[in-house]
Design a protein around this ligand. Sequence first.
Ligand code: GAL
Length: 946
Amino acid sequence: MLSVFLVMLLGSALTVVPATARTGAAHQVTYDKYSLQVDGRRIVLQAAEFHYFRLPSQRLWRDVFEKFKAAGFNAVSLYFSWAYHSPAPGAYDFTGVRDVDRLLRTAQQAGLYVIARPGPYINAETTGGGFPAWLKNVPGRARSSEAGFQDAYREWLHRINPILARHQVTQGGPVILYNAENEYQVNTDAAYMQDIQDQARADGIDVPITTNDCCDAGSWSSTWATGPGAVQIPGVDDYPQSFECANPDAWGPWGEGLTEKLRDDIPVFAAEYQAGAIDLGNAGYDKCRELTGPAYMKYFYKNNLVTTGATMFSYYMGYGGTNWGWLAQPNDVYTSYDYGAAITEARLLTPKYDEFKRQGYFLEAVAPLAKTDAAATSPAAPSNPALTTTTRANPDTGTQFVLLKHADRAATSTDDATLDWAAPDGRHQVPVRVRGRDAHVLVAGYDLGGQRLVLSSSEIMTHALIGGRDVALLYGTAGSPGTTILRYGSRPEVKVLEGAVRAAYSGNDLRLDYDHDGLARVLVTGGGRRPLLLLLGTDETAATFWRAETGFGPVLVRGTELVRSATAQGDTLRLSADTAAAGSVEVFAAPAARRLRIGADDVRVTRTSSGSLLGATRAAEQPGLPALTGWRSRAEAPEAAPGFDDSRWTAADHTTTNSPHPPKTLPVLYADDYGYHYGNVWYRGHFTATGAETRIDLNAVTGLRGNYLVWLNGRYLGTAAGGVEADAGDQANPPNPDPGPGHFDIPAGTLKTGTDNVLAVLVANMGHNDDWIADDLRFKQPRGLVAATVAGTVGATPVTWRIQGAAGADKVRGPLNNGGLYGERTGWHLPSYPDKSWKTAAPATPGVTWYRTSFRLDLPKGHDIPVGLRFGGDPSPAYRVQIFLNGWNVGQYGGDIGPQRDFSLPAGLLDEHGTNTLALAVTAEQPVAGPGPLSLFAYGSVRGGP
Ligand code: GAL
């Protein structure tokens, strides 16, 4: 244990950022034990995680941010990947898809705060956990204060911090929190943790600094308010559902998911709360979405809200995206990083999104939630012992938040009870029903706009003052009973506009009883209050509503797939919205809004008895997508041929390495040691044969799913699987000298005695290990060949080696787009490559064969139609395919790669109104027919879009 440090090092000198950097009005961020505050106003922070590096299309950043905002999120949590920006020491690129200035502006335009998480370490199942692979060559333990590493991470921080600093809330921007490191409790280097914060402060960061602790617990770095390494607001990561997507009925196998309160002076911060999962067992992401679906969200998120009183949430992931290029950390993920998130990789909204929206709107609308204390005893007692309640109350307003759920959290029965509820405005008995694995947050004693809500057994989704009357949207499980009691000065007039609602008035209380069914509408006027339109829905009907703020005041819209934003123009309400099917659209807006325009469509409207506008939406067009024909192919791998000129390749002649894994044979053949960090590498070894050679013994480390292919004097000898870890061993485990062995007998007639023989080896580098446990043995794992011997009856024959990898970083697509295939080095993946001389597609022989075709698209204008590439048939382990769309490496397909058959072709990379080129690099281990059948498909179609 570390001793308690007495020195308060936080809050050191704050650098003033020039006024020119301001993007809006400056605000102050503070906090107390309840919540964050912006200019003294309390907020419940509801963030969703997004990785811009997994969606290399700036226009689509806007789409995702608008979708977050429309679900009631008020913040986005962003990791910044060092590896994505830095191809080599001292080299940094923040242009194009790496333009984080633009990213932050886009977040702000969408109305989101930003939790900035620049690491330096981020984990995130991305190559190196965000560390650039060149860092493996740097001395000094990673994630520590050791010298070499310190210089390196400071270099990154001094590039990224100034960008973040000029976008802080305090400078008029969106960045509200700065998260240092990632789950660093595995390590104990307080000086490192402190230095990250000192560098941030020196670079002008003046918003509160946070950190995310792993695994359900606080640690040395978070529970102390003072001392080196302590941050202002530590938070905790919780993944209660595990990552076992194959078992989607699991119910909290990794715990209760209650975020700890780490210190008395800070709010409870759920820094990463599970909202999806990595697909460790290759079950497919739909299963991950099921594992973390609406039932889980209802139970675990609401339990966390009321039981712990958390007011800062960040859900991991809100949108997952794609491990395009060599972005994946190969041991845990494949190309798709869909994550089973609420918004799919193709940006479609799922039932999980609906649940986020129901909860997000509630958090947004009901202000007393930002300041609550746990009630010592719950004021609401269910008559059925199968059910239980937990309550929090706002100490200023007295508003109660009653969590109603099963006493046994795993119960699957549906149970009824009468709730005997001592609410602030009186005691009432109300019938309730709870399904198994569900939970409800019920509110009592609440000033709902101009109304007084005594209590309701329906949940509040939102409410707003619209055109002089309160419109409130409440909801409950379809078929369950609901009671809402409102207080009036005198008997109000009650008009049930739709549905079956019974009203009774006594002692100033108006009691409404109903069953949740469709959408009931009740208009209450008089009674000494402004009018109230009460909308009583089910989970499903409530989720059809969208809320937006306009010049007419707030509006509620239902019948569209999405409302991105709304504006008032004269007497017209203009919606930027997505619509899919033909149907009705209903708008609750101030009477001044008489006309409706959705996108470019004027929508004819009539006024309903609810005072809303009713019109019709047009169905979206379904695109015709071309068949993929006209494939041409060309075999490459000239490197395998003995006569190939490798004289310009890098000599692989090092005898020492920075890797903590000593080489098993010399010279050192680790690809990173020669500056080849991503994708495939080629080796050519020359030796003069004595004639006694019988065998080639190789060993390669590639990361999971990798392989290597071997030729001698142009003859293909075969393939082997690459290893995952060159294990140096520890106290518990013996060293593993043989991580990825391949033994190849030299076929008779292949050797050329007394002269030059050429061994050619193509090794896949699937990406780099992360550094989750802050252990160089794991992070500084070699890639490429780790041992090579030409063996024979009289010992080993000396070999001289050369190595070749990627030809530098692609200026547009970045350092992770390409490896060192011959075709990549010669631009066969690029749309401009002249392939006219290529032959009609032919089968692939062992080695690398490229297939190219182009197709024209002209998707319907004014639509958002995500397009994918589908591999038919069963993925074969005999080959793997790198898929290039217009030069962008959008993923890898193959039986050994993962379960994925559909690959997202994001707009921006895909030209939706022009010619597109697909280039496939097929690495075959055996002769195969080729990568087919292949087709384009649309994931969906909506009118509208970002
Ligand atoms: C957390 C980590 C994230 C991500 C997540 C699993 O522990 O902080 O970066 O790796 O696990 O997806």
